[in-house]
Design a protein. Structure first.
Length: 504
């Protein structure tokens, strides 16, 4: 219970419920209103209709990433309400468009896509402003809560459902916190797109894609690609009028519940939650081809469960990147969503074309899905490579072992630890490089992180660590952290020296 209280309090209700309404709105607008009923069923256009929204989502992410001033506009309350109103209008057009005209349907999908992209970035900024770093915990809670909201809305009559899809984005916007003007925005000139960071050591150059390490960027795109294949794996007529189709969405809610409970009750660290969630996802995806392409409930449930874990894990990575690199929400969340949305679009196109070509050959379809799962397995293995330079996995692990806090900000604590490490290193005859590594170890940093920070090899870091342990007479990291934290620095001595007190 103590873990739950640490993550969930009165201030948590607003963001969890607000983002849950957003997720429910997307599901009702794009899944609850069967688009295939409004267009030709089992045709290329019918399969790709919802991808119009994904295309406009990608457009929003690109614009906000490349032009920070556009994202700056979303901090105005009037602009936020205008975006929510357009999203509501788009949902209404989608609900009525099929009965009236395909032009209205396409226009509604475009407005939904613009609203989806903008609203998720606004919520990312809201979550990022939480000083206790509970953003990804709130995301898991909101995904889980969105499922009952979705079930209630989907069981309404047609006209009541139209009212629901028009109200949900407005209600979500109403729960957004007042925009903060002091949140930083990364200047366009400092945003890295398909470039390599400069480094003196050529072997230490870390190529990035939209600010993420290449392996992590590939993981975002690969998961979107695989889910795009899985969600279109069955024919569009299967479960079209069945309650089972609605409950397939419960797989995503179940994944979010597992993630949420693990973080709150069992005190999972971000990297622990990532590892366990990844294991569950990979086991589930290996089972999907076994169920075949006959649209079984189990296959759909596992597919949505995998996507639920992906949402939770991707937000964990996003918030850890924002925390460590101090990047703004629009740039980081927008880049992550752009990569996964592009993969989703590619996967959907691939499976639609494949199903058209191999409609009567179940073995070919099974092979395609199995190959897609292999792609995701490879991407996951790359992310779990803890020796990679600038690896988010190592960054998450380092952030979970932070040094003791004394009520000061993280920057103040790290500054005091560096001063204490310098004094301790001088007292025990540590070299300058060993003192640098000692300061980073005292902050809970791992060898891969230190390797990236100091541009030296991991083996070199480990050699220095052994020498530091020998000179200080400690046996593990916790002893080292306690020793540095308890060693007085010159600054801390001066703060506690009565002779430094002045009288007014």
């Amino acid at each position: 219970m103590r873990g739950i209280r640490a993550h969930i309090d009165a201030s948590s209700v607003r963001p969890i419920v607000g983002f849950a309404l957003y997720w429910a709105w997307i599901d009702v607008a794009l899944v609850g209103v069967p688009l295939a009923r409004s267009v030709a069923v089992n045709t290329l256009f019918g399969d790709l209709t919802s991808m119009v929204s994904v295309l406009f989502c990608i457009l929003v992410y690109v614009l906000c990433y490349r032009a920070p001033a556009l994202f700056e506009c979303t901090r105005k309350r009037t602009v936020r309400w205008a975006i929510a109103a357009l999203a509501s209008a788009g949902a209404i057009l989608v609900s009525l468009g099929g009965a009236l005209s395909l032009g209205m349907l396409a226009g509604g999908l475009a407005l939904i896509g613009l609203g989806m992209g903008a609203i998720v970035l606004m919520w990312a900024e809201d979550y990022a402003s939480d000083k206790q770093g509970r953003g990804y915990v709130w995301v898991a809670g909101s995904i889980a809560l969105s499922f009952p909201f979705y079930l209630v809305a989907i069981e309404l009559s047609d006209w009541m459902r139209i009212v629901a899809v028009s109200v949900l984005p407005l209600a979500s916007c109403a729960l957004l916190a007042p925009p903060r003007q002091d949140l930083p925005l990364t200047p366009k000139s400092e945003r890295t797109v398909f470039a390599c960071s400069a480094a003196d050591d050529e072997s230490a150059r870390a190529c990035t894609v939209m600010g993420f390490p290449r392996n992590v960027a590939f993981w975002f795109a690969a998961f979107g690609f695989v889910f795009g294949i899985m969600q279109r794996f069955s024919g569009s007529t299967v479960f079209l009028d069945s309650v089972l189709m609605d409950f397939q969405q419960g797989g995503r809610a179940l994944a979010a519940v597992v993630f949420f409970v693990g973080l709150c009750v069992f005190s999972w660290k971000p990297h622990t939650a990532y590892r366990l969630s990844t294991s569950i996802v990979l086991v589930g995806l290996v089972l999907v081809p076994i169920f075949g392409s006959n649209g079984s409930f189990a296959a759909g449930f596992i597919a949505h469960m995998a996507y639920g874990f992906f949402e939770c894990m991707s937000w964990t990575i996003v918030f850890e990147v924002m925390r460590v690199h101090r990047s703004d929400a629009g740039a980081t969340a927008g880049a992550a969503r752009l990569l996964s949305s592009a993969g989703l679009l590619a996967g959907t196109l691939a499976i639609v074309v494949a199903r058209t070509m191999f409609a009567a050959d179940a073995l070919q379809m099974q092979s395609i899905l199995s190959s897609a799962v292999c792609i995701l397995v490879i991407a996951t293995m790359l992310v779990l490579d803890t020796n990679g330079i600038d690896n988010v996995w190592a960054m998450m692990k380092a952030g979970s072992d932070g040094a003791p806090s004394s009520g000061r900000s993280g920057a103040e604590v790290n500054g005091l630890l560096r001063q204490s490490a310098a004094a301790l290193g001088q007292a025990h005859g540590l070299t300058e490089r060993e003192t640098q590594i000692l300061a980073l170890l005292a902050q809970g940093r791992t060898s891969p992180y230190i390797s990236n920070e100091l541009l030296i090899g991991v083996n070199t870091v480990n050699t220095h660590k052994r020498r530091i342990y020998q000179k200080l007479g400690v046996h593990d990291k916790q002893e080292l952290i306690d020793m540095v934290a308890g060693f007085p620095s010159k600054t801390s001595d001066a703060e506690h020296d009565p002779s430094n007190n002045t009288r007014s």
